[in-house]
Every structure is written in structure tokens, then in C-alpha cells.
Design a protein around this ligand. Structure first.
Ligand SMILES: [Zn+2]
Length: 300
């Protein structure tokens, strides 16, 4: 498999991960046929409903590019509307946005799930604290996975969370004074082996100009699109298994409705997979969204 860390994998590359293995081969077909009206899974047919053309597989590059663009434009709309409602005469009252990056510890692919559970639990403990609750209005949380090799060639996966946050002026001041990073480090997990400590970073995100917002929008879109790492086949399939049910995009805070989660959430991808592709062909979108389907067929 080609290793292009800065490029999202192509549809053919992702499909290839699932190919050749009886248990996952159908996913390769789904991804290959994304956007086409001729489908072979679960049986050969021609799709006429435009909603069914996309495969909605959570690792399909085309579907994830679309999702990344939707989230990024939703965040941009949220920022635009803040500016519309803020006095333009006083820059101190401008909306304040920050990014925080928290990396986990490199681990074997099969230990990823355990680590993610620990990190997410830690995040929820930190998020419940008054300090963060009072100073953060909205958070868009993105998860990326970095895959590297150890010296002896064994793959190591590092989960990296990036938070884009609408914050109080107080938090911006702490950041400017260099004090915020201590607080973040205190609230994040403490690694048993500090040499393995990957990274904690925080920065203010400029949003005042169109150019700033263009840049933020494309960055977010890109992170979502490239969540899925390049790796060898076995590592990739292990990661897919470990990520089962884990959201790579999440939103918190009092303004979470700004992001229209029902239209763009990752849960849609999971539901789509279950409803349309695993168990039966439900060409009738509204009927299938009625909730009569069970979850027992979730196969990834
Ligand atoms: Zn797709």
C-alpha cells in the first residue's frame, strides 16, 4: 500500500484494504461502487434513488470528503453568524476561537480501543469541570490516527484529538500569557512513560477575515477527510475493528445545534450501512428511516 501521509487515500486504495478477505470483501465492493447506479451488494441491481448512489461507508474517501466539507462549512456558518451578531467597532468583542491538539500514546493497533476509551473518559471528566464549562461555548472534536513503525517494523497507532473551540476572552488571555498549556496538560492523561509523551498544543485561531475563515474551513475539511490512516492491510483492518462505533467527529457545547447534526453526523453513515447495505435492500428511504430495523447486522 502506498504511504502518502498528506494525501487522503483513493477509493481504490481503501477498497483494496477490504478486498480478498471473505469477511470484509463486500465493503470493498460497496466502496468501489460508490456513486455508481449499478450495485453488486447484497445482490446485483440498478439503483434509481439518488440517496442510494453514495455508499456512506465511514472509510469511503468520497463520502468522507463530503462529510468533511459539510462539517467545515457548518463551523464556518457558526463563526459567520457570530460575527454578524457582534459589534464590528470593538475587536475585543470579536468571537474567540482556539485549537487544542492532544495526542495519545503510540500503541499496538490491537490496544487502540482500550486507549481510546481511556482518553474519551478523561475528556469527559475534564469537560465536566467548571473551568472548561465556563470558558468554552462550542467544541468540534476531531480524531485522527497516525500510524508509524517502530525500529523493528511493528506498527504503532497514535490517536490525536484536535478541538476547535469557541471560547471566552479569559481563555484567550490565558493562552496569550502562556498559562493555558499547563492547565491542559494537567487535565489530560498522564502517560506512564513520559518519553512516550507525544504532544499537547494550543493556539488562537484567527477568524476575523475571509481568508482566515477559508483557511480554517479547508483545514477542518482536510482533517476529517484524512482521519483514516495509510497502513498495511492488517493494521488498517485492525484499526477499523477497533474504531467500531467510535465517532471520529463530535460536537459539544451550548451551540451544538448550529452544526445541524442530523444532516451531517457520522451516525448517519453507520445507520445507512446497517439499513441499506448489510441486511436488506430498502430502496425506500423514508420507510427505512422509520426505525424498524434492528442493529444486529452492524458488521463494521
Ligand atoms: Zn462512498
Amino acid at each position: 500500500m502506498k504511504n502518502k501521509p498528506n494525501q487522503p487515500p483513493t477509493t481504490a486504495e481503501v477498497a483494496a484494504y477490504f478486498q480478498g478477505n471473505e469477511a470484509t470483501n463486500y465493503q470493498a465492493r460497496m466502496i468501489h461502487e460508490c456513486g455508481q447506479n449499478v450495485k453488486t451488494y447484497p445482490f446485483e441491481r440498478v439503483v434509481t434513488n439518488p440517496h442510494l448512489l453514495a455508499c456512506h461507508h465511514r472509510f469511503c474517501p468520497d463520502c468522507q470528503r463530503m462529510r468533511g466539507q459539510n462539517w467545515a462549512s457548518a463551523l464556518r456558518s457558526a463563526i459567520n453568524s457570530e460575527f454578524t451578531h457582534t459589534s464590528k467597532s470593538d475587536p475585543r468583542l470579536f468571537p474567540n476561537w482556539m485549537a487544542i491538539t492532544l495526542a495519545g500514546v503510540p500503541c499496538a493497533p490491537l490496544d487502540l480501543r482500550k486507549q481510546l476509551e481511556t482518553l474519551l473518559e478523561q475528556l469527559s471528566i475534564a469537560g465536566a469541570q467548571g473551568f472548561w464549562r465556563n470558558n468554552v461555548r462550542t467544541t468540534l472534536r476531531l480524531l485522527q490516527l497516525d500510524v508509524n513503525q517502530t525500529k523493528n517494523g511493528r506498527p504503532r497507532v497514535t490517536p490525536v484529538f484536535t478541538f476547535f473551540m469557541g471560547v471566552s476572552r479569559n481563555l484567550i488571555n490565558l493562552q496569550t500569557q502562556g498559562q493555558l498549556i499547563q492547565r491542559i496538560k494537567r487535565d489530560w492523561v498522564q502517560p506512564a512513560d513520559p518519553d512516550n509523551w507525544a504532544d499537547v498544543q494550543s493556539c488562537v485561531i484567527p477568524t476575523a477575515t475571509i481568508r482566515d475563515r477559508n483557511s480554517l474551513q479547508s483545514k477542518i475539511s482536510r482533517i476529517i477527510e484524512t482521519c483514516c490512516p495509510s497502513a498495511d492491510n492488517q493494521t488498517f483492518l485492525y484499526i477499523v475493528e477497533q474504531l467500531r462505533g467510535v465517532k471520529t467527529v463530535a460536537v459539544y457545547g451550548t451551540q451544538r445545534n448550529l452544526f445541524l447534526p442530523s444532516r451531517i453526523s457520522q451516525a448517519d453513515d453507520l445507520r445507512y450501512e446497517r439499513e441499506y447495505s448489510v441486511a436488506r435492500i430498502a430502496e425506500d428511504l423514508s420507510e427505512s428511516h422509520s426505525g424498524r430495523r434492528g442493529f444486529e447486522f452492524l458488521s463494521w
